[in-house]
Design a protein. Sequence first.
Length: 174
Amino acid sequence: MFNKKSFKEIEKAKFNRNSFVKPLSESYCFSNICDGIEDLLIGKTNSKLPRDVFGKFQNEYKNVVLFIIDGFGWSLFDKLYSNNLLPKELLKKSVISQMTAQFPSTTAAELTSIHTGMSVEETGIYEWFYYDKTVGAIISPFLFSLAGDKNRNSLLKKGIDPKKIFPFSTFYEY
């Protein structure tokens, strides 16, 4: 089932000759997925993710599995769907909603949101590499290393406390 409301909201968010879509940070946005999962598990009442994303599912779940395919945008889904290359049985039992990415729409920003339940504005982790004033250098936060280092966790060897770079609890802990 296609969630037509999500399609309409995404269409309204398009600008600049439809080449850009404004992030819908208060509704159909990747950064709100954790809110939606929390709603399914415990019935969170102030979830930003609209309930229609889950169709007729109720708040009766003890476990929720989130499966992410990084870089799998709507244009690829649409192409596979149009060419009947997606499993029909899966589609019959699914609710398919369009959602916006955050800005910037990078793996680092989006996956940090999934791990923390926070938006890119809240975490400040927006790219694979950025200058960190705590370290005084360009770092790769996902690898917890200096930019250009081939090994993970090289910042530990420099005595950098991970809590200085990533002072957040994870969504899983919560």
